[in-house]
Design a protein around this ligand. Structure first.
Ligand code: FES
Ligand code: FES
Length: 217
């Protein structure tokens, strides 16, 4: 199951990348190759030395010293101490490190920090706080959509991107959008249900059933 999901996710996201060039508006992950096209050419000399870059993370400009080999995930977790994105596989297979890159979900472990300079990065920390959970996060809690919770930040982040793009996704679209994220605890049915409940259709359904209950009183 794990391998199947992994392959399905990888294919799905690669499929998206092929769509980037054609200007497709679908969800997916940006690979290092795609990101390199966004990056101005860097001088060859001294390329291995650490340099200061500015990352725009969660609405704040953060200056950080990084060597060219440092991933966005390491820059976030180790240099900026933003620990919402999790390091699990560290090779672009599980989605636990998902962040939003100019609004699109990407694997932070597969993006170089230098490629993220000048782009808008959002981590799960900016999507809600323990005191002010987003609607989606509340639905995750209400549906008990996690066990160990290690995959949860990645799922919440990828699902947030989906709901911003399409507030009323169908079941197939939810599954497709989350196909690049793996949950080793197997909470998929609850994850999908939480996203559905946070969608416009889910909210309307809840409001209608609450109204119906009120009318019977
Ligand atoms: S830790 Fe980045 S995809 Fe798994
Ligand atoms: S809840 Fe444990 S990996 Fe998803």
């Amino acid at each position: 199951m794990k391998n199947q999901n992994s392959k399905r996710g990888a294919l799905s996201r690669r499929g998206f990348l092929q769509g980037i060039g054609a200007g497709a508006g679908a969800a997916g992950v940006l690979t290092p190759a795609a990101l390199a096209k966004l990056r101005p050419a860097a001088p060859e000399s001294g390329s291995a030395a650490a340099r200061e870059i500015e990352l725009h993370v969660n609405g704040r400009a953060r200056r950080v010293q990084v060597e060219p080999r440092v991933t966005l995930l390491d820059a976030l977790r180790q240099r900026l101490r933003i620990r919402g994105p999790k390091r699990v596989c560290d090779r672009g297979e599980c989605g636990a490190c998902t962040v939003l890159f100019d609004g699109r979900p990407v694997y932070a472990c597969m993006v170089l920090a230098v490629d993220a300079a000048g782009h808008r990065i959002e981590t799960v920390e900016s999507l809600g706080t323990p005191r002010r959970l987003s609607r989606l996060q509340r639905e995750f809690v209400r549906h008990d959509a996690q066990q160990c919770g290690f995959c949860t930040p990645g799922f919440v982040t990828a699902a947030t991107a989906l709901l911003r793009r399409n507030p009323q996704p169908g079941e197939a679209e939810i599954r497709e959008a989350l196909s690049g994220n793996l949950c080793r605890c197997g909470t998929y049915p609850k994850l999908f249900a939480a996203v559905k409940a946070a969608s416009k259709g889910g909210r309307q359904q809840r409001a209608a059933s609450a109204g119906g209950r009120g009318g019977r009183r």
